[in-house]
Design a protein around this ligand. Structure first.
Ligand code: ADE
Length: 240
């Protein structure tokens, strides 16, 4: 699966994507991550990506043209397709490509969306900055607007990292199957209980931790986890 990220700060991604599971997934050819500097899609000598809002108001707005150019370069096939000449939305295309625009007013990102994205061949992400993005990007270019939560960030770069991370671990071969199975089990539980607790509590050594400076303090692992009784452990995990 390919992740294409359109941003004016491509360096932001270097550190996170060159560590741990995401690094290994790239090395093993399970995913490809490419960042594209939006400033490379500009014509003027200042490499402008934003301009003043029509109708007035504070701040700057990201322009549609550089984003159009960036997406066009990544979706060559779709643009040659006459059906999509005036509208780049992927629903006109058979390829498993999706273009998302990060925005606080988008649909909330969740595990179901991560699962849906993990079945794609190519996820193109547009990271907005400044006070906003020309609405024509949402209207004509992006297939969907995605928010990672009800708060306003300074840009879409952290949301892009979150989406790459959550989607990558669902791609077959990236992490051990058992971890995913366990998770889907707890996920069913999570749905049934309609709470936000995706995982049961986990413990590792030591069995008893004596925190320094706390007289008589004793932090113990629940006894059931030491019992070796797998049925009981399963029951306990269901209710914890
Ligand atoms: N850009 C700014 N805030 C955001 C959010 N909460 N989710 C996605 N993109 C954003």
């Amino acid at each position: 699966m390919k992740f294409n990220i359109i941003t004016i700060f491509p360096e932001i991604f270097d550190s996170y994507f060159s560590e741990s599971i995401i690094k290994r997934a790239q090395k093993r050819g399970l995913i490809k991550i490419k960042t594209h500097n939006l400033r490379d899609c500009t014509n003027d000598k200042h490499k402008s990506v934003d301009d003043k809002p029509y109708g007035g108001g504070p701040g700057m707005v990201m322009m549609v043209e550089p984003i159009f150019k960036a997406i066009s370069a990544l979706k060559k096939f779709e643009i040659r397709n006459p059906k999509s000449e005036t509208n780049l939305k992927s629903k006109f295309s058979k390829s498993k490509t999706r273009v998302i625009l990060f925005s606080p007013k988008g649909k909330k990102f969740d595990q179901a969306m991560a699962k849906r994205f993990s079945k794609l061949d190519n996820l193109i992400m547009i990271c907005g900055r400044y006070e906003g993005v020309d609405e024509r990007v949402a209207k004509y270019i992006a297939d969907e607007e995605v928010s990672i939560g009800d708060y306003v960030l300074t840009g879409g770069e952290i949301p892009a990292m979150i989406v790459v991370d959550a989607v990558t671990r669902l791609i077959p071969g990236v992490i051990a199957k058992e971890s995913l199975n366990e998770e889907s089990f707890s996920f069913k539980k999570e749905k049934a209980l309609a709470n936000e607790n995706y995982e049961y509590p986990q413990y590792t050594r030591p069995e008893v931790f004596l925190p320094a400076g706390r007289h008589g303090g004793k932090w113990s692992v629940p006894k059931v986890l030491l019992s070796g009784d797998h049925k009981k452990i399963e029951e306990w995990r269901k209710i914890s």
